[in-house]
Ligand binder design. Structure first.
Ligand code: UT7
Length: 315
């Protein structure tokens, strides 16, 4: 299988930071409840006049600049999102226009909820491997305005989510082994958001059922992918879980008997940014100097759909 090299990453986070205390003035909640049940301390929420397209394009432009590339070098643009600005054009086409990508570069959105970025990455790899693009570089973005579909009167959901975008520039590389395994199970009951055009646009979730699903599927996804790749967790330098709840990550660590420090956590700063959570974490880790050439990173996501997936990357 062709390997995949993440050449560079970028992120864009809205300016407005909303603390737990601020939320507790809007709904009947408290910093103590949110922190102990989820690990979240704050989140960033988009404001008036901001667009998901501009957010995604800013993260992508940063990733391109860091890769030493320009818009004309891009052969494909895939955006993972379940909160686009419009039903059509897609967020990816809006990013295409904002950045001035070449007309030969296809652009489309992927909706796999919080597994979106890993799904988009796998799709980009398949397109690159098919060899029919004009350029070997693909832009893969996860960008969400989850606050748009959150009911800020519903304390059981509004405290959990945040907005943001993460982007990666990737190309095939034999020196960067890669493996991916994705899955789905149709279930609209436990996690559902109406979104654009729906009568009830807001997000509804059976929290405990999602928690059970996550703590079952995440360890399974990790061990399944490692088995397939002929590796153990010892060979992995970092695990980047979708950041939905710090307690979910703690459960996974316990179930696998893994060292907790291997599992990156930034949910305290951003809350759950859905498809953006994994690329935001990768960008932050790169900035902190945690990602070193040759290291192995296992990313694992789960979310509405239901969807899930795990990806092994070499830095
Ligand atoms: O991207 C994937 C999306 N989502 C997830 O991964 C979420 C997975 N689930 C979870 O993270 C957890 O189930 C939650 C954090 C959502 C909830 O935690 P929990 O420990 O399962 O709490 P709960 O839903 O059982 O609620 C316990 C109590 C209830 O009160 P009573 O019935 O015991 O009196 C809730 O009404 O906490 C109450 N509650 C709150 N209290 C203060 C629910 N939300 C809040 C809140 N502040 N924000």
């Amino acid at each position: 299988m062709d390997g995949l090299n993440i050449l560079a990453t970028g992120r864009k986070i809205p300016a407005r930071c909303v603390t737990n205390d601020e939320l507790s003035r809007m709904v009947d909640t408290s910093d103590e409840w949110i922190t102990t049940r989820t690990g979240i301390r704050q989140r960033y929420l988009s404001g008036e006049g901001e667009t998901n397209a501009a957010q995604a394009a800013t993260a992508a432009a940063l990733a391109l600049e860091r890769a030493g590339l320009t818009a004309k070098d891009v052969g494909l643009c895939v955006v993972a999102t379940f909160t686009p600005d419009h039903s059509t054009p897609s967020l990816a086409c809006e990013v295409h226009g904002l950045l001035g990508l070449p007309e030969s570069a296809p652009a489309f959105d992927v909706n796999a909820a919080c597994t979106g970025f890993l799904t988009a990455l796998e799709i980009a790899r398949c397109f690159l491997a098919a060899g029919r693009l004009d350029s070997p570089y693909a832009l893969v973005i996860g960008s969400e305005f989850v606050s748009r579909v959150v009911d800020f009167h519903d304390r059981s959901t509004c405290v959990l989510f945040g907005d943001g975008a993460g982007a990666a520039v990737v190309r095939l590389s034999e020196n960067h082994p890669y493996a991916c395994r994705l899955g789905a199970r149709g279930d609209a009951e436990i996690l559902h958001a109406g979104g654009l055009g729906s009568q009830d646009q807001t997000l509804h979730m059976q929290g405990k059922a999602v928690f059970r699903f996550a703590t079952e599927i995440v360890p399974k996804s990790i061990t399944g992918l490692l088995e397939e790749a002929g590796k153990t967790l010892d060979a992995v330098d970092h695990v980047v879980c979708h950041q939905a709840n710090g307690r979910i990550i703690d459960h996974v660590v316990k179930k696998l008997g893994a060292p907790p420090e291997k599992f990156y956590k930034n949910i305290q700063r951003y809350a759950n940014t859905s498809s953006a959570s994994i690329p935001i974490a990768l960008d932050e880790m790169r900035e902190l100097g945690l990602l070193q050439p040759g290291q192995t990173v296992l990313c694992v996501g789960f979310g509405a759909g239901l969807t899930w997936g795990a990806t092994l990357l070499t830095i």
